[in-house]
Ligand binder design. Structure first.
Ligand SMILES: *Cc1c(COP(=O)(O)O)cnc(C)c1O
Length: 392
């Protein structure tokens, strides 16, 4: 029987190899050239003002916090409100900067609940770290309002959001569709191998503010400043000379990854359309088979006009979740769980028990296989296997 994995990338191999070959022939595989082209293409695609290409989303999350801490004078121990229902990158980034993650609970969309966020705000709160789970933007608009009201930065972990759209109404009163992320002070995307725009590992950081974008660029190349000397009158004789005013990081992306990204970006909207079709197949099959009585599909918020459909998640009885997954494994179906409540890990365990929704969802969630190689037959196989396990 064919194996059905939860997530899996699709690469346009010929086109990608041709694009990479151009870099290799030119002798330019590092920063510049294709990375600049990809940044421009990403700005055009999203409509964002700034975009800087990085090695991953994880380093971007760290860089975002480092830049804000620098620019806004945040102190060690200042608080960042975040979600326990995420990949650990989101929260590790907060710890990298010696800031304190304060966990708020999630709503039915598995995203931060605005009410819970507001409850967690203290004098030491500096930012909200928001994750759009599975392509769902939850109630990001409400979170923006809260951040404005309390003068907090809004950081969007947009790892799942490449190709997710909302209405612009909130921004300028005109009803037009725009890419999710315009709400945030910074949005960080992941182009890791199983995300919607897969490269191998890379990411994009998109600041609203130009100064922050400039600082991020500077810090992502070890804090090196080439301009000081190139601007001076005898630049010609000092090409090798540069200044290093800051301790930066080696976080910038390279032209090989950018070449892959540029090819994949051309297909992103069509790929996401296909993912939405897979989600619709699951929805109808779940309804037709009567599975909806024992299994609940995680809803997509109204604010999300089009979800990237990075994930298709369902909730089952917590007493059977692990057993269901093991039994699906026996049919060569390999679902996933997104995510384990982060407060179960030792570095966040101080907050264990403070977010009951996240904790309970975490015990009930299953991610059904969703990617570009999933067919209607595959969906049927998954749903019938679930039916056999759940209703028999
Ligand atoms: C994948 C993922 C990340 C990390 O992305 P990388 O590009 O692998 O560093 C962060 N947050 C979430 C929610 C993710 O799913």
């Amino acid at each position: 029987m064919r194996k059905i994995n939860v997530l899996s990338p699709k690469f346009r191999v010929k086109e990608i190899l041709d694009a990479i070959k151009i870099c290799l022939d030119k002798g330019w595989s590092g920063m510049g050239f294709k990375t600049v082209e990809f940044e421009e293409a990403w700005k055009t695609y999203t409509g964002f003002q700034h975009a800087h290409f990085l090695q991953s989303n994880t380093v971007g999350l760290h860089l975002a916090l480092n830049v804000f801490k620098n620019k806004k004078g945040w102190a060690d121990g200042d608080e960042i409100i975040s979600t326990p229902l995420t990949f650990v990158s989101t929260n590790h980034a907060i710890l990298y900067e010696r800031l304190t993650p304060v966990f708020a609970d999630v709503d039915e969309f598995l995203c931060l609940d605005p009410k819970s966020v507001e409850d967690k705000i203290t004098e030491k709160t500096r930012a909200v770290m928001y994750v759009g789970i599975g392509g769902n933007a939850g109630r990001l608009d409400k979170i923006r309002e809260i951040c404005d009201k309390h003068n907090l930065m809004l950081i969007l972990d947009a790892a799942h959001l490449a190709g997710s759209y909302t209405n612009k109404t909130l921004r300028d009163g005109k009803d037009s569709v725009c890419h999710i992320g315009w709400e945030a002070d910074v949005s960080i995307f992941s182009f890791q191998a199983v995300k919607n725009l897969p490269t191998a590992d890379s990411g994009m950081i998109c600041f609203k503010n130009q100064d922050y974008d400039a600082l991020a660029r500077h810090l992502s190349w070890l804090g090196i400043d080439k301009d000081t000397y190139s601007r001076s009158s005898d630049a010609g004789s000092y090409k090798w000379r540069y200044d290093v005013p800051n301790v930066g990081f080696k976080y910038h992306g390279n032209s090989i990854m950018a070449s892959i990204g540029l090819v994949q970006l051309k297909y992103l909207d069509a790929d996401n359309d296909y993912r939405n079709k897979v989600a619709q197949w699951y929805e109808s099959l779940i309804l037709e088979t009567g599975l909806s009585s024992v299994l609940k599909i995680v809803p997509t918020s109204d604010y999300t006009v089009k979800s990237s459909r990075h994930l298709f998640q369902v909730l089952v009885d917590e007493n059977f979740r692990d057993k269901i997954i093991s039994e699906l494994y026996e049919s060569e179906i390999y679902p996933g769980v997104h995510y384990i409540d982060n407060t179960l890990y030792p570095m966040y365990s101080k907050s264990n028990g403070l977010c009951p929704n996240s904790h309970n969802f975490s015990k009930r969630l299953i991610t059904l296989p969703i990617h570009l190689n999933i067919t209607h037959d595959d969906c049927e196989r998954v749903v019938l296997a679930l039916k056999k396990i759940l209703i028999s």
